[in-house]
Design a binder for this molecule. Structure first.
Ligand code: MRU
Length: 398
């Protein structure tokens, strides 16, 4: 199959769902069919689909596919109350697939509210239809939200980082971590959406992508998206970020790239005070931005997230549950063989072990960046900045 960035394919006619298998990217583009909530749960848990918005959308659509089969296509005597109970049970099951990203539990809460509000009107089939339509609407809204985040973030960064005296072709470079692009969402992306938007505006000189150990979303997925869109970019390992930021005039290997002035990351959950859980390794980038941010040579650290990633019910980052992934994801790597110096396109993918057998492993999937280190939280509804006391007021976005 030819290369694609479309992570989620939902056919609204026959109500079938397919997702791009992100375990096989970037070498193989293959869709897997999601036929029910069990398939949805397994795809999310195994990271066949990942990224906070994509997880929530796939969970909701997997429920839509199941409801369509059970209560719309097949004749049913279930009443609305019974369908509501069924929906709530399935949502409770789906939210257990991954704990940190709030988008999934928020989608579950919204759908729970929808069925509770409508369980006394109409038939079971009518209620199933309502949930299916709501799940479809999530898919549609996400792309528009991401484009707005891209626009808001690019405008903010240009205003912050380029002085009125800068020439009309002045540029800066950006650094990002994990994958926050089309593959992590319904399309376009959040942090990667800002990079896409900045590149289109002609103000982005170069993008650096952190490899994002241990799961390599940066080297496998973000790098794939950047190459696909032909955005000038360089891959670094996570522990090269300080060396990269130290290059205030020149890029690596002596190339004259504009210095990195923007570090832009996604979010799995933004707490009420702005503390942000995102891919492990994010916090250290925020510390770096603070360290290198000097008068006359600004480095800004920006979180890009749809408002569905903001959790006003979680007071601070200390209350966010951080998922721990299985040990094997850190010590094993999977991919095609390299034969004669070339990536073999037709070899079976193989798994190799890259650590000393027997060593204990800690594998948290996310860390929490304190709001004190965050300059702005860019959403589809606008950009939140801290007040003079150093506090975010995220309520104003709702
Ligand atoms: O473990 P993952 O790959 O699901 O982690 C993804 C991230 O941390 C992203 O930065 C976040 O979900 C935002 S995606 C738009």
């Amino acid at each position: 199959m030819s290369k694609t960035l479309q992570a989620i394919k939902f056919d609204s006619g026959d109500r079938t769902l397919e997702i791009l298998d992100q375990l096989k990217l970037p070498h193989i583009s293959e869709y897997v069919s999601i036929k029910d909530t069990k398939d949805g749960f397994d795809a999310i848990r195994s990271m066949t689909v990942r990224g906070a918005p994509a997880i929530a959308i796939v969970a909701a659509l997997s429920l839509a596919v199941e409801l369509n089969k059970k209560f719309v296509v097949e004749p049913t005597s279930a009443n609305a109350e019974e369908v509501a109970t069924y929906v709530k049970e399935k949502l409770a099951y789906l939210v257990e697939s991954r704990p940190t990203a709030v988008n999934l539990s928020r989608a579950a809460k919204d759908l729970t509210l929808l069925v509770d509000e409508n369980k006394n009107n109409g038939s079971g089939k009518d209620l199933a239809e309502l949930v299916i339509k709501a799940a479809e609407a999530m898919l549609e809204a996400d792309v528009a939200d991401n484009k707005a985040i891209g626009k808001n973030g690019a405008e903010w960064a240009i205003k912050q980082l380029l002085l009125p005296s800068d020439s009309s072709d002045s540029k800066f470079s950006a650094l990002t971590i994990c994958n926050t692009g089309s593959l992590a969402t319904a399309g376009y992306g959040t942090a990667l959406g800002i990079i896409r938007s900045l590149y289109s505006s002609g103000r982005l000189d170069h993008t650096y992508a952190c490899e994002t150990r241990p799961y390599n979303q940066g080297s496998r997925l973000t790098a794939y998206e950047l190459v696909y869109d032909q955005i000038p970019a360089t891959l670094i390992t996570d522990n090269m970020a300080t060396a990269l930021l130290s290059q205030r005039e020149r890029g690596p290997r002596g190339e004259s790239h504009a210095p990195v002035r923007l570090i832009v990351v996604g979010a799995d959950r933004v707490a009420r005070n702005g503390d942000t859980a995102n891919k492990i390794g994010t916090h250290q980038l925020a510390v770096l931005a603070k360290h290198f941010n000097k008068q006359g040579d600004a480095v800004r650290f920006v979180v890009a997230a749809p408002t569905t990633s903001i959790d006003l019910n979680t007071a601070t980052g200390a209350d966010i549950v951080i998922e721990e992934r299985p040990q094997h994801e850190l010590v094993q790597v999977r991919g095609p063989e390299v034969i004669g110096g070339q990536v073999s396109s037709d070899s079976e993918h193989r798994t190799v072990h890259v650590a000393a057998p027997g060593i204990d492993v800690w594998n948290p999937a996310f860390d929490v960046t304190p709001h004190a280190l965050i300059d702005a939280i860019v959403t589809e509804r606008g950009v939140a900045e801290k007040n003079a006391a150093g506090d975010f007021d995220l309520d104003v976005l709702f």
